[in-house]
Design a protein around this ligand. Structure first.
Ligand SMILES: Nc1ncnc2c1ncn2[C@@H]1O[C@H](COP(=O)(O)OP(=O)(O)OP(=O)(O)O)[C@@H](O)[C@H]1O
Ligand SMILES: [Mg+2]
Length: 453
């Protein structure tokens, strides 16, 4: 162990020269659009005193809110003469439990330990031996790589044109991810609620079978008091906000073989209530409410992917989707007019990207939808590739097939419909969705690897 100057026995010195510098180099400044440090963060811890259960305030050195990855973590700093030990770990376990935070970092001038609070216990996720605390860069690099490994990814599917297959992409990509063992949350921002209906959380069968307009109305009325996406975006500022009461499991989870895969799909549903009007009067930034609510909910402790379905309109609700998503997928049919729509979206996303310092609005690519073997299709593809600058190459295309409509009519992902029906055209579309999903994961890995986002 190297001999260090006595300065390192001073906790404030360790905090400033090692911990705060590390956070900055790892891309988490003290105050920005996407990160926030709360020093001396207070946590209420229950304690027995004279036979009575009381709450006392304890202080942890930092709570770091990392909006770019939607995670929070606690940091406890130790000086060289009072290093990380079991007492410090025990204390961290307490802090994590009572602050409902998943991750905690213990750090002294020789060692960094990253712990996870899981099922009531502290479990060590990784540790890093610090060779020289004056050389912060290697510690910061290790820390950044760790953060990448626990991030939740958020993806919005958006374009300003209606009926191009946005919801179809949402359902099928979500299902492909869940099949691979990922925990997926679909957030429906469309008041038409097609994603919520397809994922089985909006009484679609009852609505289909309603025998009179009155019965139909009655079923819709049931949504009036349901907590759904607009309430989620309104209520997050409340102290008793618990995101799980807004979320519904999709019945499609029964189709995922839970023995071999832990993947699942939950839905933050929408209904006719999801309008800008529902957000009127709520406090906080108008277009960043979804972003803030996701962060406040701590859902990154649970989900690997959040897929956001958007309406084609440019309402505040839609813009909330763009500010909440790290990545954007733009579906487009291969028609001349669609290429104009793409330019408008790219311009809007550039503003989001710049305002959010590159942590939001990253375009993963354009998915050519419902393609056919026509000369026009080929021409438009070429036009897109050559005239729209600064976007990645086109993603895997999804061909036109009537089986996609049949699958959505049965409210099934195409791969399940293909298996059930033995329809070979559906089988080939299912393969395209699977290939597209792999390609999306590869692109995100590549972006995160090269830019450290
Ligand atoms: N590859 C495909 N081949 C044939 N039909 C398709 C294909 N993809 C989607 N469709 C059909 O096109 C219609 C519109 O798709 P979808 O609802 O996904 O579009 P959208 O962009 O979400 O629409 P909106 O803007 O209304 O939300 C649906 O009936 C769907 O089944
Ligand atoms: Mg839709």
């Amino acid at each position: 162990m190297p001999q260090l100057s006595l300065n390192w026995n001073n906790e404030a010195y360790v905090s400033l020269h090692l911990v705060q510098t590390m956070l900055q180099i790892a891309g988490l400044p003290a105050q920005s659009n996407y990160s926030h440090w709360i020093p001396e963060f207070k946590i209420k811890v229950p304690k027995y005193k004279n036979g009575l259960l009381i709450e006392i305030d304890k202080e942890v050195d930092f709570l770091i809110e990392d909006y770019s990855r939607y995670i929070n973590f606690l940091v406890e700093v130790k000086p060289a003469n009072n290093r990380i030990n079991d007492a410090a770990r025990f204390q961290l376990e307490h802090y994590l439990r009572y602050s409902h935070t998943r991750l905690g970092v213990l750090i002294d001038p020789f060692l960094m330990e990253i712990h996870e609070y899981k099922k009531g216990y502290l479990s060590l996720k990784c540790k890093y031996h610090i060779e020289n605390p004056h050389d912060v860069r290697p510690v910061a690099n290790f820390f950044r790589e760790f953060l990448e490994s626990v991030r939740m990814r958020t993806i919005a599917i958006h374009t300003s044109k209606g009926g191009v297959g946005k919801t179809t992409l949402v359902i099928n990509i979500a299902y492909e991810l869940a099949k691979q063992g990922y925990k997926v949350l679909v957030i429906d921002l469309d008041d038409q609620a097609n994603a919520s209906l397809s994922l089985g959380v909006n009484n679609a069968d009852d609505l289909d079978n309603a025998s009179s307009p009155e019965e139909f109305e009655q079923i819709l009325n049931e949504f009036e008091y349901r907590k759904e996406v607009s309430e989620f975006m309104r209520d997050y500022v409340r102290d008793d906000f618990d995101y799980t009461s807004y979320i519904q499991p999709s019945p499609l989870n029964h189709l995922l073989n839970m023995d071999v895969c832990n993947g699942r799909i939950d839905v933050l549903p929408s209904s006719y209530k999801t309008t800008d009007y529902a957000l009127a009067g709520a406090i906080g930034n108008r277009v960043k409410r979804l972003n803030n609510a996701i962060q406040k909910s701590k859902m990154a402790n649970t989900y690997d992917y959040v897929i956001i379905d958007t309406p084609p309109s440019a309402t505040d609700i839609t813009i909330n989707g763009l500010y909440a998503a790290q990545y954007i997928i733009i579906p487009s049919q291969m028609e001349y007019l669609s290429t104009y729509g793409i330019r408008a979206i790219i311009k809007r996303l550039k503003e989001v990207y710049e305002e959010m310092d590159g942590k939001r609005g990253i375009i993963l690519g354009v998915v050519p939808m419902m393609t056919e073997k026509t000369k026009l299709n080929t021409t438009i593809k070429k036009l897109l590739e050559t005239t729209i600058k600064n976007i990645p190459p086109l993603l895997t295309e999804i061909k036109r097939a009537t089986s996609v409509g049949q699958a959505s009519h049965e409210r099934l992902p195409v791969s399940v419909f293909a298996e059930n029906s033995g329809n070979s055209a559906a089988g080939s579309i299912a393969k395209q969705f699977s290939k597209l999903t792999q390609e999306l994961i590869a692109r995100m890995n590549q972006i995160e690897f090269t830019t450290g986002k």
